[in-house]
Design a binder for this molecule. Structure first.
Ligand SMILES: Nc1nc2c(c(=O)[nH]1)N[C@H]1C(S)=C(S)[C@@H](COP(=O)(O)OP(=O)(O)OC[C@H]3O[C@@H](n4cnc5c(=O)[nH]c(N)nc54)[C@H](O)[C@@H]3O)O[C@H]1N2
Ligand SMILES: Nc1nc2c(c(=O)[nH]1)N[C@H]1C(S)=C(S)[C@@H](COP(=O)(O)OP(=O)(O)OC[C@H]3O[C@@H](n4cnc5c(=O)[nH]c(N)nc54)[C@H](O)[C@@H]3O)O[C@H]1N2
Ligand code: SF4
Ligand SMILES: [Mo]
Length: 679
């Protein structure tokens, strides 16, 4: 009989599934969803159902190694941990002595969502060192800024309430691809008569199953939101009582949205005026109506303002009052843990006597090739694969290729980023280390202990940074803290949402709901986290302008590069994490085009195509799948560059232009041209 152990999925996904694993003779034999988890309820997405293949892949990195060939070439030889750690310590000390510690840059994101392996010893280490700080903007920074302006808090409707809704809008949210555990709740609602609409330039898996798909032009959501408000307010469909009690700025908003009549918004978004009117009426009149907003909307020039405007809609209609109403972009902000105690930013005082400079991770190419101030001379990458996922990939690779840059990569697999490293350190998977997990798609905290033995000489990020701290001679007590001590620190914030959540309880129950009322109606009677405590409906940034790279943007650019590229997520992988799998590689090798755009370029289904703009070019295969309108192309992302022709991934095309607020990247506002490259 296999032993059944509990775990939690650590991947960067809103669902944060509760897992069960069968272990026989020290080997994991089956991974499945924990049926008792109230949100993820016993099933897994396709990618993680096969995670044991990754766990036991012959391509796993098992030993430290050092580079023997040219940067990027991929020749490495095995070294001992002692040699690896000594080399790193000597080089980091050398850089700090010669250029100052801010010449050292950590680069990490959410390869694991665990607090410990993502943001604990590593942060302490870099703070104590006085390294540059990394502004972790690559994913959700613009949306976070928009939510903060609109609501103050970055949380909303709990997923379980979607079953009570009568109208569900998936707005820039590919639920079946990226958030599949919300789907059963939507199905339940639909069985009770709810309608399900999708607002997305791409007709993806989710759109195909919708009652109605609204194929908006990329980057036009702010116009659409203002247009919906125009109709709602113009026809008196708003909730005056809610507005009077809990909001400010209504009169100014009413005035502002007068300039967004349906005809104008139709021209800006590509929808029909009558459709916009109909959608506004249905949204305001259907009770309860809920919006699942996801991050697809905010990866564009005015993405933060778009999120802000959309997040104001439930306040206009009073939909926050009702179970099954409101909006969810993320739930993460409700996890009020003691991050300050975990990360110990005050250690910077010891090193620098001040805060270190902040470098935006979405501008890595610039940071490595043309920074103002002290150059970056050492880079330590973990939980991320910037050579694949960062915008302006040619600049990023140029930077990573610099001979005077010392690069360390902590990885499970030999990614493109690892190919550029001087030293590669083998990291544990989430099945092999302890961590505490928040979620960004539900309100359950989870603890996971190691459930499988570690192969080779892999170590967790926490252990690696602990060892590096020792090698650097840091004697602060915080570097010898255990995982459990750090978890207790995290849980000890004293915030009422965490009341009653202890390590012991998590150990027993594995997942624990935050201490929230049931149903959780965060803004049913105000309670906004804004300075005034009210939802402020009027802000000057709420005026629509099109993205610089779009059909209504820079006309000269548009003449040369007439297609709007949307490199959105691939349904069956996770960013670049599964890029080693041949089937993932295949799925991310396509460029979806409209028949009209293909015909005009003499491109047939399956042809190789060159996709290019001023920043670079890559080769993909055309697929005429009926998923995009003329003028838009989509590349399911993100492929490993080294598996791509000429080692160029789709991010050679995307730019380092930042969003209106939050300093986020504009992955989904990117003009390109496409030409036939062969059969
Ligand atoms: N299968 C899978 N799941 C994932 C991931 C993955 O790579 N694969 N990645 C994880 C991560 S890191 C994240 S951040 C989440 C993201 O989850 P989502 O936000 O759902 O994913 P995206 O693909 O970024 O964007 C969602 C949708 O927005 C659409 N879109 C693009 N531009 C616009 C626009 O201007 N307006 C509108 N209305 N829609 C637009 C895209 O076509 C896409 O269908 O998913 C997580 N889960
Ligand atoms: N074209 C395009 N580019 C995009 C996006 C897009 O939609 N289109 N999405 C953007 C978004 S939303 C995001 S969030 C980023 C994601 O970009 P990243 O955060 O870089 O995510 P991944 O590409 O999945 O790479 C994560 C890496 O972390 C490693 N890892 C996992 N667990 C551990 C661990 O415990 N220790 C160590 N040391 N390593 C670990 C994995 O092996 C993997 O190689 O990509 C962005 N880039
Ligand atoms: S990637 Fe998301 S859906 Fe898949 S198992 Fe992990 S948490 Fe669940
Ligand atoms: Mo993300």
């Amino acid at each position: 009989m296999p032993e059944v152990r509990h775990s939690a999925c650590a991947l960067d996904c809103p669902d944060a599934c509760g897992l069960l694993i069968n272990v026989e003779g020290g080997t994991g034999s089956r991974l499945r969803g924990n049926p008792d988890h109230p949100v993820t309820r016993g099933f897994l997405c396709g990618k993680v159902a096969r995670y044991l293949e990754r766990e036991y892949s012959p391509e796993r990195l098992l030993y430290p190694s050092k580079r023997t060939g040219a940067k990027g070439e991929g020749s490495f030889e095995r070294i001992s941990w002692g040699e690896a750690l000594d080399t790193i310590a000597v080089r980091l000390k050398g850089v700090a002595a010669r250029y100052g510690p801010e010449a050292i840059l950590p680069y990490s994101y959410a390869g694991t969502m665990g607090y410990l392996q993502g943001s604990s010893m590593d942060r302490r280490f870099f703070h104590r060192l006085g390294a540059s700080r990394l502004d972790r903007t690559i994913c959700s920074a613009a949306g976070a800024a928009g939510m903060t302006q609109a609501l103050g808090w970055r949380y909303g409707t709990e997923p379980e309430q979607f079953r009570d809704s009568k109208l569900i809008l998936a707005w820039g949210a590919n639920i079946l691809g990226t958030n599949v555990h919300l789907w059963p709740f939507i199905l339940e609602a639909r069985r009770k008569g709810a309608r399900f609409y999708v607002i997305d330039p791409v007709l993806n898996r989710t759109g195909r199953l919708a009652d109605k798909h609204f194929p908006v032009h990329p980057g036009s959501d702010l116009a659409l939101a203002l247009g919906l408000m125009h109709v709602i307010i113009g026809e008196g469909l708003h909730d005056s009582d809610y507005i009077n009690r809990y909001t400010t700025g209504f009169e100014k908003l009413r005035e502002r949205v007068r300039h967004y009549p349906p005809e104008r918004v139709a021209a800006l978004t590509g929808l029909a005026a009558a459709e916009i009117v109909q959608l506004a009426r249905e949204y305001a009149a259907t009770r309860p109506a809920v919006i699942r907003l996801n991050y697809g909307v905010q990866r564009t020039d005015r993405g933060a303002s778009a999120v802000q405007a959309i997040a104001l809609l439930p306040a206009l209609t009073g939909s926050w009052r009702e179970p099954g109403g409101g909006l969810q972009l993320s739930t993460s902000h409700a996890f009020h843990v003691n991050r300050t105690g975990l990360q110990m930013a005050e250690l910077q005082q010891k090193a620098l006597g001040r805060e270190a400079r902040l470098i935006n991770m979405s501008e890595l190419g610039r940071a490595l090739t043309q920074i103002d101030g002290p150059p970056v001379k050492a880079l330590v990458v973990y939980d991320s694969n910037p050579a694949a996922i960062a915008p302006n990939q040619n600049a990023v690779h140029r930077g990573l290729r610099r001979e005077d840059l010392f690069t360390v990569v902590l990885e499970q697999f030999q990614t493109d980023t690892a190919d550029y490293a001087d030293v590669v350190l083998p990291a544990t998977t989430f099945l092999e280390h302890t961590d505490l997990y928040f979620a960004y798609g539900h309100y359950y905290m989870q603890l996971a202990r190691p459930v499988l033995p570690r192969p080779g000489e892999v170590k967790s990020n926490v252990e690696i940074f602990r060892l590096l701290a020792e090698r650097m001679g840091f004697e602060d007590a915080c570097f010898v803290e255990s995982e459990d001590e750090m978890i207790r620190t995290l849980l000890g914030s004293g915030h009422p949402f965490l009341e009653g959540i202890t390590l012991e309880r998590l150990e027993r129950e594995h997942f624990v709901r935050l201490n929230l009322p049931r149903p959780f109606l965060p803004f049913a009677s105000g309670g906004f986290g804004t300075p005034s405590g009210r939802c402020d409906l009027d802000h000057d940034n709420l005026e629509y302008t099109p993205p610089a790279e779009s059909r209504f943007g820079d006309a000269e650019l548009r003449r040369r590069y007439p297609l709007e590229l949307v490199p959105a997520k691939n349904d069956d992988s996770l960013n670049s994490t599964f890029g080693h799998r041949p089937d993932t590689d295949w799925q991310t090798s396509w460029l979806e085009m409209s028949a009209a755009d293909a015909e005009a370029r003499e491109i047939r289904d399956g042809d190789q195509v060159r996709v290019f703009n001023d920043r670079g070019s890559c080769v993909l295969r055309a697929r005429l799948a009926g998923t995009v309108q003329a003028g838009v192309v989509r590349a399911p992302s993100t492929r490993w560059p080294k598996k791509s022709p000429a080692r160029k991934g789709v991010n050679v095309l995307t730019s380092e232009r930042l969003t209106d607020m939050g300093g986020g990247p504009t992955f989904f506002a990117c003009l390109v041209q496409v030409e036939r490259a062969g059969d």
